[in-house]
Design a protein around this ligand. Structure first.
Ligand code: FE2
Length: 445
């Protein structure tokens, strides 16, 4: 009897050991990436019943609106989204539930996309929603809305393209930073969320799956998406081949929010403005310079909303001042002249119109420089800060090609930034994937 008992105990111990080993293996970001790719491949073979392939991702969408997109692996009739807000004192209608039929777009036979615009949400401090497809509803997700005086926490990332394993490590560090079930109030993604916007597997494996496994912030923290050169097809083809970030066309007016966001042959227009607490952010599309965008930039910079904001930020994927790149393509392939208009045309305006902070990606490492705004005014202490945060996972840029003598901090590894603004203070905290602080500064007003 004792012999059998010992064998039984050994068997249990062996099983626990195997389970623990499997658990540890599955925690590895490389293994999780491979597993996710394998499951995606199985999915593509039609081996599963219909399922939600992408749970809802919410984007900020202009004043008092949000744009939600999700996807199933087979078509469904009657997909919809229910949204409601918490009661707002003095606003008796806010608690009512809204049921919105989703716009449907078939991407291919196993990718069926749905989108809904939520809003206007008025002064609500909480917006709740859940989507329904195939008679099944998702969990209820809640968006927290801060007023300008409240502390607003923004996660800033860029350039996770083609690096899902590293991106998962960065996301793991981000989860530790916010802790438990806490979420940032918004995500500022400064572009290049994937390598090839025409490849469905890149969208899934490089952006949506890591975000899902990394805590699912995209369901609750509205993303302000700044387009990078890898994120959208710039050819003027029907629908531009833009699969999951086509929401910003026409964002400047709310009149057309219920209409299809991109008509055949029209061009995406990503540039727009967003408020993050007491900060006002101008989002530019570095890939699509146009007279329309230049006029928009001049107008927004001089606007009352921007000039009266406590903190004035511009987010543009390609930085005005690049120092690290591939030396061959930089010098021999002419990439040093790529989107030079950002430095030669836009940056002159940033300095002239009191921009406090320019946030970019594109260069795959971290740099931050705070310099005098007006180079002619020697005595001026009025500063402007340039930050490059292109380290959410993509292969690092390690070779220096220029020296602008302006960056205070250079860090050549993966990282993310926590940006916090309240009524009087902007706090910038950059951390690497181990959670160590690599840079920080405050702007106090
Ligand atoms: Fe880029």
């Amino acid at each position: 009897m004792r012999y059998y008992f010992r064998r039984w105990l050994l068997l249990i111990a062996a099983q626990i050991l195997v389970m623990c080993t499997l658990y540890l293996i599955l925690q590895d970001s490389q293994v999780r990436t491979l597993l996710s790719m394998f499951l995606g491949w199985l999915d593509g073979q039609g081996l599963y019943m219909c399922k939600i392939r992408k749970l809802p991702m919410v984007y900020e969408h202009g004043h008092e609106h949000y744009y939600v997109v999700w996807e199933t692996s087979c078509p469904t009739n009657g997909a919809s989204l229910e949204w409601w807000t918490d009661d707002v004192p003095g606003d008796g209608s806010s608690a009512s539930h809204h049921f919105v039929k989703a716009q449907y777009k078939m991407i291919d036979k196993s990718h069926h996309r749905y989108s809904v615009v939520i809003g206007p949400v008025g002064l609500a401090t909480k917006v709740h929603y859940r989507s329904t497809s195939h008679s099944k509803s998702t969990a209820q997700y809640s968006i927290t809305r801060r007023n300008g005086a409240e502390l607003t926490r923004v996660l800033v990332i860029a350039d996770n393209q083609n690096g899902p394993a590293e991106f998962r490590k960065v996301l793991s560090s981000i989860r530790k930073h916010y802790g438990g079930n806490n979420f940032p109030d918004a995500i500022l993604h400064v572009g290049d969320g994937l390598q090839d916007s025409r490849k469905l597997s890149d969208w899934q494996n490089q952006l949506f799956s890591p975000l899902e496994d990394g805590g699912g912030y995209q369901h609750r923290s509205p993303t302000v998406f700044v387009p990078g050169n890898h994120d959208h097809d710039k050819a003027r083809t029907p629908n531009n081949g833009n699969l999951y970030t086509d929401m910003y066309h026409g964002i400047l007016t709310t009149d057309g929010l219920g209409e299809p966001v991109v008509m055949n042959g029209t061009y995406h227009r990503f540039f727009h403005t967003a408020s993050l607490g007491s900060a006002r952010v101008i989002v530019l599309d570095s890939e699509c310079p146009s007279a329309e965008q230049s006029e928009f930039l001049e107008r927004e910079l001089q606007s009352e909303a921007f000039q009266s904001a406590r903190f004035r930020i511009v987010a543009v994927h390609i930085p005005p001042y690049i120092e690290f790149w591939n030396p061959y393509t930089w010098n021999e392939r002419g990439e040093k002249h790529w989107r030079e208009h950002i430095r030669l045309e836009y940056d002159v305006l940033f300095r002239r119109h009191n921009v406090d902070l320019v946030i970019s990606g594109h260069q795959h490492n971290y740099q931050r420089g705070t310099v005098r705004r007006n180079l002619q005014s020697v005595g001026s202490s009025d500063p402007i800060t340039y930050a490059i945060v292109g380290g959410a996972g993509g292969e690092l840029d390690l070779e220096r090609v220029e020296n602008w003598n302006m960056y205070n901090v250079t860090y050549l590894d993966h990282h993310f930034v926590s940006l916090e603004v309240d009524d009087r203070q902007l706090r910038w905290l950059a951390k690497n994937k181990a959670g160590t602080i690599i840079d920080q500064f405050d702007i106090v007003r």
